[in-house]
Design a protein around this ligand. Sequence first.
Ligand SMILES: [Zn+2]
Length: 135
Amino acid sequence: MRLRTHLWTSTLTALLLYPRKPLPAVLFTSAGVLIDLDHLLIYGWRTGDWSLVGAIGYNRYRHRTLAPGDTRPRYGKLRSWLHQPLLVLPTVWILARRRSALRPVAWGLTLHLALDLTEDWLRWIQRWNRPAPPH
Ligand SMILES: [Zn+2]
Protein backbone atom coordinates (compact mmCIF):
# COMPACT_ATOMS: atom_id res chain seq x y z
CA MET A 1 0.00 0.00 0.00
CA ARG A 2 1.15 3.50 -0.69
CA LEU A 3 2.83 5.43 2.10
CA ARG A 4 0.45 8.34 1.71
CA THR A 5 -2.53 6.00 2.18
CA HIS A 6 -0.99 4.70 5.41
CA LEU A 7 -0.33 8.27 6.49
CA TRP A 8 -3.87 9.56 6.05
CA THR A 9 -5.63 6.41 7.29
CA SER A 10 -3.40 6.28 10.39
CA THR A 11 -3.76 9.98 11.08
CA LEU A 12 -7.53 9.98 10.63
CA THR A 13 -7.99 6.84 12.75
CA ALA A 14 -5.70 8.24 15.46
CA LEU A 15 -7.72 11.45 15.59
CA LEU A 16 -10.93 9.44 15.92
CA LEU A 17 -9.55 7.07 18.57
CA TYR A 18 -7.56 9.61 20.58
CA PRO A 19 -9.16 13.03 20.00
CA ARG A 20 -7.79 14.60 23.19
CA LYS A 21 -4.69 12.46 23.71
CA PRO A 22 -1.84 13.67 21.49
CA LEU A 23 0.80 11.15 22.64
CA PRO A 24 -1.26 8.02 21.89
CA ALA A 25 -2.36 9.62 18.61
CA VAL A 26 1.26 10.24 17.61
CA LEU A 27 2.27 6.71 18.64
CA PHE A 28 -0.62 5.24 16.65
CA THR A 29 0.21 7.26 13.53
CA SER A 30 3.94 6.61 13.84
CA ALA A 31 3.43 2.87 14.16
CA GLY A 32 1.00 2.90 11.25
CA VAL A 33 3.44 4.67 8.96
CA LEU A 34 7.03 4.12 10.09
CA ILE A 35 6.84 0.33 9.78
CA ASP A 36 7.27 0.99 6.06
CA LEU A 37 10.85 2.12 6.64
CA ASP A 38 11.75 -1.53 6.07
CA HIS A 39 10.88 -1.01 2.38
CA LEU A 40 13.44 1.78 2.20
CA LEU A 41 16.14 -0.34 3.84
CA ILE A 42 15.46 -3.37 1.64
CA TYR A 43 15.39 -1.16 -1.46
CA GLY A 44 18.80 0.22 -0.48
CA TRP A 45 20.24 -3.26 0.14
CA ARG A 46 18.91 -4.73 -3.09
CA THR A 47 19.76 -1.83 -5.38
CA GLY A 48 22.72 -0.15 -3.70
CA ASP A 49 20.81 3.12 -4.16
CA TRP A 50 20.43 4.70 -0.73
CA SER A 51 18.92 7.94 -1.98
CA LEU A 52 15.42 8.85 -0.89
CA VAL A 53 14.72 10.27 -4.34
CA GLY A 54 15.65 6.95 -5.96
CA ALA A 55 13.44 5.01 -3.57
CA ILE A 56 10.48 7.33 -4.12
CA GLY A 57 10.94 7.13 -7.89
CA TYR A 58 11.04 3.34 -7.74
CA ASN A 59 7.99 3.27 -5.48
CA ARG A 60 6.04 5.32 -8.02
CA TYR A 61 6.73 3.11 -11.01
CA ARG A 62 6.46 -0.20 -9.17
CA HIS A 63 2.77 0.47 -8.58
CA ARG A 64 2.14 0.85 -12.31
CA THR A 65 1.24 -2.04 -14.56
CA LEU A 66 4.26 -3.38 -16.41
CA ALA A 67 4.18 -1.85 -19.88
CA PRO A 68 5.47 -3.83 -22.87
CA GLY A 69 9.13 -3.03 -23.39
CA ASP A 70 9.67 -1.78 -19.85
CA THR A 71 12.89 -3.48 -18.82
CA ARG A 72 13.48 -1.59 -15.61
CA PRO A 73 14.18 -4.00 -12.76
CA ARG A 74 11.52 -4.83 -10.20
CA TYR A 75 12.57 -5.84 -6.71
CA GLY A 76 9.43 -7.48 -5.38
CA LYS A 77 7.47 -6.32 -2.37
CA LEU A 78 10.49 -5.14 -0.36
CA ARG A 79 8.91 -6.36 2.86
CA SER A 80 10.83 -7.55 5.89
CA TRP A 81 9.68 -9.70 8.79
CA LEU A 82 8.05 -6.54 10.18
CA HIS A 83 5.32 -7.10 7.60
CA GLN A 84 4.59 -10.66 8.80
CA PRO A 85 1.30 -10.28 10.70
CA LEU A 86 1.46 -13.72 12.33
CA LEU A 87 4.83 -12.84 13.81
CA VAL A 88 4.42 -9.16 14.62
CA LEU A 89 0.84 -8.88 15.87
CA PRO A 90 0.90 -11.54 18.62
CA THR A 91 4.24 -10.18 19.83
CA VAL A 92 3.16 -6.55 19.93
CA TRP A 93 -0.21 -7.37 21.51
CA ILE A 94 1.43 -9.47 24.25
CA LEU A 95 3.69 -6.51 24.99
CA ALA A 96 0.75 -4.08 24.86
CA ARG A 97 -1.16 -6.24 27.32
CA ARG A 98 1.68 -5.80 29.79
CA ARG A 99 2.26 -2.10 29.04
CA SER A 100 -0.91 -0.23 28.21
CA ALA A 101 1.13 2.69 26.79
CA LEU A 102 2.01 0.39 23.88
CA ARG A 103 -1.61 -0.18 22.86
CA PRO A 104 -1.65 2.70 20.36
CA VAL A 105 1.46 1.20 18.75
CA ALA A 106 -0.23 -2.20 18.60
CA TRP A 107 -3.35 -0.69 17.04
CA GLY A 108 -1.30 1.33 14.54
CA LEU A 109 0.63 -1.77 13.43
CA THR A 110 -2.60 -3.76 13.26
CA LEU A 111 -4.22 -1.16 11.01
CA HIS A 112 -1.15 -0.99 8.79
CA LEU A 113 -0.88 -4.76 8.34
CA ALA A 114 -4.65 -5.11 7.81
CA LEU A 115 -4.49 -2.52 5.02
CA ASP A 116 -1.49 -4.21 3.41
CA LEU A 117 -3.19 -7.59 3.60
CA THR A 118 -6.42 -6.21 2.14
CA GLU A 119 -4.48 -4.70 -0.75
CA ASP A 120 -2.73 -8.04 -1.35
CA TRP A 121 -6.08 -9.83 -1.51
CA LEU A 122 -7.56 -7.23 -3.85
CA ARG A 123 -4.56 -7.50 -6.19
CA TRP A 124 -4.78 -11.27 -6.11
CA ILE A 125 -8.50 -11.15 -6.98
CA GLN A 126 -7.78 -8.61 -9.72
CA ARG A 127 -5.10 -10.85 -11.24
CA TRP A 128 -7.35 -13.93 -10.94
CA ASN A 129 -10.20 -12.18 -12.80
CA ARG A 130 -8.01 -10.65 -15.51
CA PRO A 131 -8.77 -12.15 -18.94
CA ALA A 132 -6.04 -14.23 -20.49
CA PRO A 133 -3.88 -12.35 -23.04
CA PRO A 134 -4.66 -13.11 -26.71
CA HIS A 135 -2.32 -15.55 -28.47
ZN1 LIG B 1 3.37 -1.80 4.73
